[in-house]
Design a binder for this molecule. Structure first.
Ligand SMILES: [Mg+2]
Length: 253
């Protein structure tokens, strides 16, 4: 097996889902957690102005959905707190089943995740080779950065709460879609610029071919990360320097 050992590379830029973390983490852990916690979270925070605002925003979205005849579950907006709460839970769960991206729903999900991480009920997940790779790359004086479409806050919560502890001290910078889409060449140029470096100093690692292609076009070195195909080499981006199955293959000692 040939290893990635280019001494020129100074910064390792990593994707999260499908690269440092199983894709299932979001769909099997994060989403079911919100689904389950909605009733108790809303009940506990019902009197707080921030929660009232979230509920009001969801309610106005519900009215829009009704006008568009999308048939959301009925919302009883009386003075009865319990009925209001039940209506809100039913509607939010209905939206989640449709994988809705409404801002009001996203904001509510974010609040519930934050609480889950803070209480320790949720724990960030990384593949077992990730912590030792972070340690090794740091010893080699390389820097680690993250680029994911999940918000910077969500990224930080994930890496600060893993089974092996807080991994954020290993990470120099976090980037999310505020810098641009992951399939856009310009995003990768901006990331390099924002750190005062040139693209050639970077190695970008992701499981998505279109992202790897964009980084390559921005003049970064690239690796396609394949965590799932069980070493059955699947479609390989012609741009990818190589495909890896584990971080053990990137700058081994
Ligand atoms: Mg990915």
């Amino acid at each position: 097996m040939s290893h990635i050992a280019d001494p020129q590379i100074f910064i390792i830029l990593l994707d999260i889902e499908g690269t440092t973390t199983p894709v299932d983490f979001v769909f099997q852990r994060l989403f079911p957690y919100v689904f389950r916690k909605l009733p108790s979270f809303l009940q506990e925070h019902f009197q707080e102005p921030e929660t009232r605002l979230l509920i009001r925003n969801l309610y106005s979205q519900h009215q829009t959905d009704e006008r568009h005849e999308l048939m959301p579950p009925a919302w009883i907006d009386g003075s009865d707190q319990l009925l209001q709460l039940r209506s809100c839970v039913a509607y939010a769960q209905w939206l989640m089943n449709k994988n809705s991206k409404y801002a009001a729903l996203k904001a509510l999900q974010g609040k519930i995740w934050q609480e889950g991480y803070n209480t320790g009920e949720l724990q960030g997940e990384v593949y077992s080779d990730v912590p030792q790779a972070f340690e090794r790359w740091r010893r080699q004086k390389r820097k680690i950065c993250i680029y994911s479409s999940g918000s910077v806050l969500a990224q930080q919560l994930l890496f600060s709460t893993t089974k092996v502890g807080n991994l954020t001290p290993y990470i120099t910078a976090f980037f999310d879609s505020n810098i641009g889409a992951k399939t856009e060449v310009e995003s990768y140029r901006k990331i390099a610029e924002s750190l005062g470096l040139i693209s050639r100093d970077f190695l970008f690692v992701s499981d998505v071919k279109e992202e790897v292609d964009a980084a390559y076009d921005a003049d970064m070195q690239v690796i396609l990360c394949d965590r799932v195909s069980g070493h059955q080499r699947i479609q390989i981006s012609p741009n990818a320097k190589k495909v890896i199955f584990s971080f053990d293959e990137i700058f081994p000692d």
